[in-house]
Design a protein around this ligand. Structure first.
Ligand SMILES: [Cu+2]
Length: 161
């Protein structure tokens, strides 16, 4: 009886020691796992490129589901647009210059020339012509767009909320 009790106590002590050790290990593991929490959930907006054109102070909202944008003097007017989350908005681009322009939205991944981009049809809009795209964002945030012909000087932002 006495022997059995001693063994029982020893085993309990060993179990407690293991539990403590396990707790310490668990703490280390969760420290290592912490960076995983910064991995965005599906559909979350990734870091966007800096807009290359000075942004309007005011937001331009769609009228009956359409936002009209001019490409004129090699700049977009307006260039800070507002789109409600989960709604499809048509962005119509009227090229009023004598040279081609385009409008490409980087998309949720924040990269140009990837599958989630929204690009006008036609992709390159000739002088005096018009193009259009449909943008139906599922994630809130500020999306960046640009002109592929003038990627360093023509661009803007679409605020989704
Ligand atoms: Cu352009």
């Amino acid at each position: 009886m006495l022997l059995n009790r001693s063994i029982g106590l020893l085993m309990a002590s060993a179990a407690a020691a293991l539990a403590l050790a396990g707790g310490a290990c668990g703490g280390n593991d969760s420290d290592k796992a912490a960076p995983g929490l910064t991995v965005p959930a599906l559909g979350q907006l990734q870091a966007q490129p800096e807009p290359v054109q000075q942004l309007d102070a005011a937001l331009t909202e769609p009228k009956e589901g359409v936002i009209e944008v001019s490409a004129e003097n090699a700049s977009f007017q307006p260039n800070r647009l507002s789109v409600p989350i989960g709604q499809a908005v048509a962005i119509r681009v009227a090229n009023k210059d004598g040279q081609p322009h385009s409008l490409r939205i980087a998309g949720p991944d924040g990269q140009y020339e990837t599958e989630d981009d929204a690009v006008t049809e036609p992709p390159t809009i000739g002088g005096g012509e018009s193009g259009e795209l449909t943008f139906a964002p599922q994630a809130a945030g500020a999306y960046t767009f640009r002109c592929d012909v003038h990627p360093g000087s023509m661009g803007g932002q679409i605020v989704v909320q």
